[in-house]
Design a protein around this ligand. Structure first.
Ligand code: RIB
Length: 304
């Protein structure tokens, strides 16, 4: 299907996800019973790396874990899934990042404690310079320090590597970072935070996207959960609807979208085809449990 095996580098977070399944959200001060707990590797960076590897890419992960059992387990399981982990630093005396996830029937909420992710430095990114420069695509998110994100984007951009910035969790970003992204992929809430608007429901999306793209010199793709994605194509607002599915677990759906989009762009797909591919991949991922275990293979997604 692909003329060459796409090479993707991911500079980002690795977490152990503590997933507690429960029927409803507790109210403040209330204790309720959950039905199960699972310890599964997660983190936006690691999820995107595994998503690309499942699709068939050659993937290198750049980041950090702590010198604890969670860190060892994450490295072991990601290697098993085919991700090259030589540039994941094991930080002494620091805990591995964790995400405590309340997994509800239709949604989830997450509390992240960054741990070792917070100690990723520009030097660590520099050590992976060759890997970043020789990739087809670089994927970054915002669960590691911004200086490290910026350095990775800068190395890739100078080398002509396509850059995808997934601004999650959302925070206001300097133009020095924004201008290094070729594509930015916020969800609706993240875009509202980035653009300083309260809600995109009340916006004329064509105008807002077009202003943003002109100001920041990159393409914006707004992900809209079960509604699919919206983007501009030659000035016209376009939507890629998501197939209707029965969700089992939505954790990692955004990561699956970014992984599949990065993979498709690395394969040389047009933007329209890449987005259809990525929306389909994400819709498959929500029908299964776990962020990394739910990532589909290329055979499951097909060519869209
Ligand atoms: O995007 C989902 C991820 O966000 C989870 O795996 C969790 O680790 C948090 O980082």
């Amino acid at each position: 299907m692909t003329p060459h095996r796409p090479r993707i580098s991911v500079v980002g977070s690795l977490n152990m996800d503590l997933v507690v399944s429960t029927g409803r959200m507790p109210t403040v001060g209330e204790t309720i019973q959950g039905s199960a707990i699972h310890y599964i590797p997660g983190g936006k960076g690691a999820n995107q790396a595994v998503g690309c590897a499942r699709l068939g890419a050659e993937v290198s992960m750049i980041g950090a874990v702590g010198d604890d059992a969670f860190g060892q387990e994450i490295i072991r399981r990601m290697k098993e899934k085919g991700v090259e982990m030589n540039h994941v630093t094991i930080q002494k005396g620091v805990p591995t990042g964790t995400a405590t996830i309340l997994h509800l029937p239709d949604d989830n909420c997450i509390v992240v404690v960054p741990g070792a992710n917070g100690s990723v430095t520009t030097e660590m990114v520099e050590e992976a310079r060759d890997i970043i420069e020789t990739a087809d695509v670089l994927l970054v998110q915002l669960e590691i320090p911004l200086q490290a994100v910026e350095r990775a984007l800068s190395i890739a951009k100078k080398a002509g590597v396509l850059t995808v910035l997934n601004p999650a969790p959302a925070q206001l970003l300097y133009d020095s970072i924004l201008r290094l992204a070729d594509y930015m992929t916020p969800n609706e809430t993240e875009f509202a935070i980035l653009s300083g608007d309260r809600s995109i429901e009340h916006m004329d999306l064509t105008t807002v996207l077009s202003r943003w793209q002109t100001a920041h010199h990159h393409k914006l793709i707004v992900t809209r959960g079960s509604e699919g994605v919206s983007y501009l194509s030659e000035g016209q607002l376009k939507h890629v609807p998501a197939p209707k599915v029965k969700p089992v677990d939505t954790v990692g759906a955004g990561d699956c979208f970014n992984a599949a989009f990065g993979f498709a762009m690395a394969c040389g797909y047009t933007i329209d085809k890449a987005l259809k591919f990525a929306v389909k991949a994400a819709s498959i991922s929500v029908t299964r449990f776990g962020a990394q275990d739910s990532m589909p293979t290329i055979e499951e997604v097909g060519e869209s």
